[in-house]
Design a protein around this ligand. Structure first.
Ligand SMILES: Cc1ncc(COP(=O)(O)O)c(C=O)c1O
Length: 383
């Protein structure tokens, strides 16, 4: 079986730097919140044009932290897509708020701004919940339509989080999502475009006060600037709010610094592979991915649609080509989420996509030979 994502090829490329970076951490011994964590935060902010970046334990906590920092809770509505990974809606009930599911655009799989607007209007006119925030997701590596989504958020006075777990590094008109969002989050899960060797996450922001509140929340609500006098006490043992433990390990930060150094190049290596797939597979698939005008995708996933998706997956598996289905059941159809509200008219696009999507192997180190093997296997399916 071919690898779905070839992390070994990437590791071979940067091994000397990784070994040295890990050895440096072992030598200084600052395993938690060490100097590499601070350096990574500074570099992430510069990379995507944010004022500041705050690292944390994973991409799920990265979504929860801004919601908590804004005081979102019971009685608030947070709008998000249903066609996403569970982490996106999951953090909303953690705070006591209610997720409201919004449909996606058929071409990009990302939030439909018109349906978002209608969903906010409907919640507002029903009066039971107060619209508070939107979590837009950049599915499969490309940004959502942030100019349109941010305009809807501004119109209704809502905060906007960009869930960039799958798209960190992607741009729209040359800008990263934090340009439009109040907070942009990412995951460093190993399979993500910028991944570490364990769990990790980060939140990018444009506002020091928000960064400070999240810095407090990630360390059990420790006292931070703005929380008043510490009277000589260690601020870690003065707890200004109820927080959590969500720190990034120094070893993971050291690994990420090495990976960040080749990340732009890796993004550029993925594009010709996506182009080649598109040209070869468009004639035999129901659809191949389309990137929003002005967008650069990081191609976290290469997702085709096929009318006999399951038949094609079985055929490919027999030929050593692994595939994955993201996502087989939209969140509003999953038991714990089935009772939450949906935008007017329901979520027909999300429901239709779940039966057709199939992700093919995609990573920066897919050689032309392996691309051929995958393309030939797809083209050879007659089902
Ligand atoms: C869209 C999306 N959001 C959030 C997450 C959560 O990231 P993590 O697994 O690091 O908690 C993921 C992870 O797969 C994701 O795909």
């Amino acid at each position: 079986m071919l690898p779905f994502i070839d992390l070994a090829a990437q590791q071979a490329r940067i091994k000397p730097g990784l070994d040295a970076a890990i050895a440096r951490v072992l030598a200084h011994g600052g395993y938690v919140m060490g100097p590499e964590v601070r350096e990574l935060e500074a570099r992430l902010a510069v990379f995507c044009g944010a004022t500041r970046a705050l690292s944390c334990a994973n991409g799920t906590d990265a979504l929860a932290l801004p919601l908590m920092a804004w005081g979102i809770g019971a009685g608030d509505a947070v709008f998000c897509p249903s066609f996403t990974f569970a982490a996106t809606p999951e953090v909303i009930p953690w705070t006591g708020a209610t997720p409201v599911f919004v449909d996606i655009l058929p071409e990009t799989y990302n939030l439909d701004p018109a349906h978002l607007d209608a969903a906010i209007e409907a919640v507002r006119s029903q009066g039971a919940l107060k619209p508070a925030a939107v979590i837009a997701v950049d599915l499969f590596g490309q940004t959502a339509d942030y100019p349109a989504i941010a305009a809807v958020c501004r119109k209704h006075g809502l905060k906007l989080i960009a869930d960039c777990a799958q798209s960190f590094g992607a741009t729209l008109n040359g800008r990263h999502p934090i340009h439009w969002a109040d907070a942009a989050t990412t995951s460093f899960f190993p399979a993500k475009p910028l991944g570490c060797y364990g769990d990790g996450g980060a939140v990018m922001v444009k506002d020091d006060a928000l960064w400070n509140r999240m810095d407090s929340l990630r360390v059990h609500g420790k006292a931070v600037t703005g929380d008043g006098a510490t009277n000589g006490h260690d601020p870690r043992y003065l707890n200004a709010r109820i927080g959590m433990n969500s720190r990034l390990d120094t070893l993971q930060a050291a690994i990420l610094l090495e990976k960040l150094a080749v990340f732009e190049n890796e993004i550029s290596l993925r594009q010709p592979i996506a182009d080649r797939y598109a040209e070869a597979l468009a004639p035999v698939c129901r659809s191949v991915p389309r990137v929003i005008a002005g967008g650069v995708s990081t191609w976290a996933q290469y997702v085709i649609e096929h009318r006999n998706r399951d038949g094609l997956a079985t055929h490919l598996k027999a030929r050593g080509v692994p595939t994955a289905v993201y996502y087989p059941v939209p969140m509003h159809r999953q038991t714990p989420y089935a009772g939450f509200p949906r935008g007017p008219g329901g979520l027909p696009v999300s429901e239709a996509k779940a039966d057709r999507v199939l992700a093919l192997p995609m990573h920066p180190y897919l050689t032309p030979d392996i691309q051929d093997q995958i393309i030939d296997a797809v083209r050879g399916f007659n089902g």
